[in-house]
Design a protein. Structure first.
Lengths: 257, 273
């Protein structure tokens, strides 16, 4: 399929000595599209992202990023490809000995992208876009989780990638920080026209970001669909997810009433 | 040679020694094959040299002064009494330059820099910082291991030279000063020129070669063992202290083992082997 940013075909993965996590996963992402992968904890959502970026090796199946089968690439070729793919970890995973600015600038400096002035300008733009410029000289240990998550997003987008993979970007955030981050992610997607694969257990976040939602169930990904279609889906697991969502909403609403 | 080492590394890559060799070869490859940002590598190298080398100088100098003084004192007071006064220079070369200098410096660097490296890299692994580097197309060996590796080798060599110089000159000054105030040491009548003359006369070409090879080799051992234990921590914070301990202990064992191996040519020369 031409123009496909990422595609996964019959992906299978098992951690050594454990049950199979992913049995038969298939999907594809088009330019500018956002695919939200939902599911309960331990269903292999994060593992799927780790497989996509090459941190784990699949037992079977084909992963294509920007038209290239990642299994056929050598280390140098794959590292070159990674310049066009951003990744946001659930824990922000910023380098603790570097400031927020240095963390965001790291990929640009390592890959020799532009001179000092261009690097400063690009990092400044990214930090401004994510509303964290005032924290640029601070170290990760001295800022809040919300700021760290935004810095991680800034680092993922700094190379102007065609695809950004995000693992639970809103996990651990309060409601305001969560809403701000989701709005910023939507903004980045709109401005940069970047494709995204986002893993979350937060169905509401999936609705707010729009795009298609794929539910990971017993190691298989259900056909991606939009939020309304998913809500009307007859699958018992999807119904269970929505019941969970209603219960969570009720629990959050109680203290306010 | 590199191909042979690579072949050996591949053959035994699953073993502990094989994996150490593989990491050592990868770090060495980074030294000859330039990639990434050179300025950034240089900055990291300088930072590491400052920590491993410059900040360790006071400790190394203090140890060298104590050991140098003790050795000179023993050699210049006890040895003449047993009729071995002529071997003063040999004892200084054997004890300070050939053995204690490289060995103590290596132990100190293993305990100080080795433990810091294992802990730093282990924490980075647990916090997924190393995975984050990989996702950005940044080679962790080039970005993290190579600057530490190069800095430890350079620092080890410089620190060993400093140890030897401070042990000999500082030790001489301390003993001479003591002889002015303590009557028991008044027998120490060695002039500086005679003192240096005896040491230089006892040095061989092999001492000069080993004076370079030993610290460099020990630097390689310490940095690679420390980095290996750091980057191979599983994603469990409890593994970090274990990795640090294992790194330091294994460094001590390897340093002692190789120090013995380095002594073999001398033993062979003396007809013991």
């Amino acid at each position: 399929m031409s123009g496909v940013i990422a595609s996964v075909h019959n992906l299978r993965f098992t951690y050594p000595g454990q049950e199979t996590v992913l049995r038969r996963v298939n999907f594809h992402v088009l330019p500018g599209q956002i695919l939200v992968i939902c599911g309960l904890s331990g269903q292999g959502k994060s593992t799927l992202l780790r497989l996509l970026i090459g941190l784990e090796k699949p037992d079977a199946g084909v992963i294509r990023l920007l038209g290239k089968d990642i299994a056929t690439l050598n280390e140098v070729e794959f590292n070159d490809l990674k310049r066009e793919v951003g990744f946001v970890f659930q824990s922000p995973a910023l380098i603790s000995t570097k400031t927020i600015f240095e963390n965001v600038a790291l990929p640009l400096i390592y890959h020799n992208v532009g001179d000092e002035e261009e690097i400063r300008s690009r990092v400044d733009n990214a930090l401004e876009m994510l509303l964290i410029k005032e924290f640029q000289h601070q170290y990760p240990a001295s800022v809040s989780l919300g700021i760290l998550k935004r810095a991680a997003v800034a680092r993922a987008m700094i190379m102007r990638p065609k695809l950004i993979l995000m693992d639970e970007p809103t996990a651990g955030l309060d409601r305001i920080s969560r809403a701000v981050l989701l709005a910023l992610i939507a903004n980045i997607r709109r401005i940069n026209h970047v494709s995204m694969i986002l893993v979350t257990h937060d169905l509401l976040a999936a609705r707010e970001l729009g795009g298609e939602i794929g539910v990971l169930k017993e190691g298989e990904l259900l056909q991606p669909m939009n939020f309304e279609q998913l809500k009307n889906c007859q699958d018992s697991f999807v119904e269970y997810l929505f019941r969970q969502l209603e219960q969570e909403a009720a629990m959050t609403a109680e203290p306010q009433s | 040679m590199t191909r042979l080492l690579t072949w050996i590394g591949l053959r035994y890559r699953r073993s502990y020694v094989g994996q150490l060799m593989e990491l050592g070869l990868q770090a060495s490859w980074c030294a000859v094959h330039k990639a990434g940002n050179r300025k950034q590598s240089l900055d990291q190298l300088i930072t590491q040299i400052y920590f491993t080398g410059v900040e360790a100088i006071p400790l190394v100098a203090f140890l060298a002064l104590v050991i140098g003084s003790a050795t000179i004192l023993q050699a210049s007071t006890v040895m003449p009494k047993i009729g071995a006064g002529d071997y003063f220079g040999n004892v200084m070369v054997l004890v300070v330059i050939r053995e204690v200098g490289p060995l103590f410096t290596a132990f100190l660097v293993a305990g100080r820099t080795g433990s810091a490296l294992s802990t730093y890299l282990g924490n980075m692994k647990v916090q997924q910082e190393i995975d984050a580097l990989k996702t950005m197309g940044v080679d962790p060996v080039r970005y993290l291991v190579y600057p530490s590796f190069a800095a430890t080798v350079i620092s080890m060599f410089c620190l060993t030279v400093i140890f030897n110089l401070v042990a000999i000159f500082g030790g001489y000054v301390v003993v001479k000063s003591l002889s002015l105030f303590v009557s028991d040491f008044s027998e120490v009548q060695l002039s500086l020129s005679l003192f240096l003359e005896r040491i230089l006369a006892s040095m061989s070409l092999m001492d000069g070669v080993l004076g370079i090879v030993k610290p460099v080799f020990f630097g390689i051992l310490v940095s690679i063992i420390a980095c290996y234990h750091g980057i191979n921590v599983s994603n469990d914070i409890r593994e970090v202290p274990k990795a640090t301990t294992n790194g330091v202990v294994n460094s001590f064992v390897c340093i002692t083992l190789f120090d013995t191996l380095f002594a073999l040519p001398f033993l062979a020369k003396l007809g013991f082997l």
